[in-house]
Design a protein around this ligand. Structure first.
Ligand SMILES: [Zn+2]
Length: 199
């Protein structure tokens, strides 16, 4: 067996060498990384600055460059910090204008979330919000067609429907078919409200 002290000496030498290397020049700016920065990466079209990265993180950054382009610096940093903890979402879609600047990022579906950053839950939530808005618009139009407030009860909707059909029916207008379009609108509106339990 070798003299133990010589083994310890050889172990001790290595970290010293590494530390000297790392102190030689700027450090990688990737959060948590202590490697020497050997590569420059442009921050993006809205910034003339550069990130200083080690080779590994310059590669990581370049791979995701299109994703980062147009993001504010702090958003990029937030993403990188997030990368260290397994991409738990730290911000949601629609909360920052910068993240929506790039076409596709603000859109729904897979394309809007190329890195799975927001998770299925957030995406489903966003989709549900849009669907809710579409339904609300349809409901509002249907109520308008019946000249009712959106707060009208199903009983009021029914009563108004019967009244409007009577008034716009060609039979009630001496066979005049000029009110037919309006009648069709009324019927469609009522059918819609009935189908969603509001008529
Ligand atoms: Zn690095």
């Amino acid at each position: 067996m070798k003299n133990p002290s010589s083994i310890f000496d050889s172990i001790r030498v290595k970290p010293d060498k590494d530390r000297r290397l790392k102190n030689d020049g700027p450090a990688c700016q990737w959060p948590g990384c202590k490697e020497k920065a050997t590569n420059k990466a442009p921050k993006g079209p809205n910034s003339s600055g550069y990130w200083q990265y080690c080779l590994k993180h310059a590669r990581d950054y370049n791979q995701n460059y299109n994703f980062f382009a147009g993001m504010a610096d702090d958003a990029v940093l937030a993403y990188q910090k997030d990368a260290l903890t397994g991409h738990r979402p730290t911000w949601k879609m629609g909360t920052g204008k910068k993240t929506r600047a790039k076409p596709g990022l603000g859109a729904l579906g897979g394309e809007g979330d190329p890195f799975g950053l927001f998770g299925d839950g957030a995406r489903a939530e966003q989709k549900a919000k849009v669907e809710t808005r579409v339904i609300r618009n349809a409901e509002r139009k249907a109520f308008e067609a019946l000249s009712l407030e959106v707060s009208a009860t199903p009983a009021q909707v029914s009563a108004r429907y019967k009244d409007l059909v009577k008034r716009h029916h060609p039979d009630a207008n001496g066979g005049d078919r000029s009110t037919e379009d309006r009648l069709i609108e009324i019927i469609q509106a009522y059918k819609y409200l009935k189908s969603v339990g509001m008529g």
